[in-house]
Ligand binder design. Sequence first.
Ligand SMILES: Nc1ncnc2c1ncn2[C@@H]1O[C@H](COP(=O)(O)OP(=O)(O)O)[C@@H](O)[C@H]1O
Ligand SMILES: [Mg+2]
Length: 263
Amino acid sequence: MIPLQLLDVPAKIISQMGEIMNISYPKQGYTSHVTFVESTKGRYVIKHSKGKQFREWLTKETFVLKCLENVDLPVPQVYDFVLENETDQAWLLMEYIEGQTLRSFLLRETCEVKRHKAIYHFGQMMRKIHLAKCPEELKGDHTWIDSMLMQAEYNLHRYKVDGTKELLDDLERNRPDHVDQTLIHGDLTVDNVLVKDGKINAIIDWSGGAFGDPRYDAALAIRPKPNAFQAREEVDIFFKGYGKQAVNRKEFLYFEEGLYEFF
Ligand SMILES: Nc1ncnc2c1ncn2[C@@H]1O[C@H](COP(=O)(O)OP(=O)(O)O)[C@@H](O)[C@H]1O
Ligand SMILES: [Mg+2]
């Protein structure tokens, strides 16, 4: 029998999972509702989004994950995707990957050696993303920064964002110096990285995946969070794992306190 909480999920998604034995929920993000399903066939994740903006992001995430299928990165496999235009909803059925978010790991872990190991590995993982061969389908017609500024303006006029018109004008006028574009995650915060046995086991939430500016990932990765990246030492260890200091103070401010305010 389908649990009451899954009655709204399209039958096409439900039919793929076998007999459902248990459902549970992780701490939710901001753009979707995620359900973990345990069934006779294994464990699954259903990610559900409502409304134009979040539905589009989930559509984009599914596209990016499919593009990454043959890239050697620990990302969930897509099993199915259903878009319902009439009700403005979308569902992504994907592989469950074990682990807790790096944010919750760092919040609780008191052993410095274990903390440093996970942070170093996070840096190594970002390097792996930036060195991966970027799938051609992710290379757009505009440079990434142009697309992002256009999208920022669109979001400013249509959605509730933290950024202002003045900030956007400032970002337009003071673009960071050119660097080579790479595959980027596009929202590489400690919330979107899963840790298992002290190492990064998965990178999730790929709606921002693109051929873009690697400094954006670096800036979001080291955003200070409760008990995470508060100490300069942790930032240094992250960049040691990455192989170099990927973003300077000015660039960090441009991306983290600037561009990110529109997303
Ligand atoms: N494939 C997955 N495997 C295991 N846990 C997942 C998976 N996808 C999402 N989660 C869990 O759900 C939470 C929210 O998912 P996420 O994709 O980051 O949603 P949002 O876009 O709303 O931030 C994650 O922090 C994680 O705990
Ligand atoms: Mg997330």
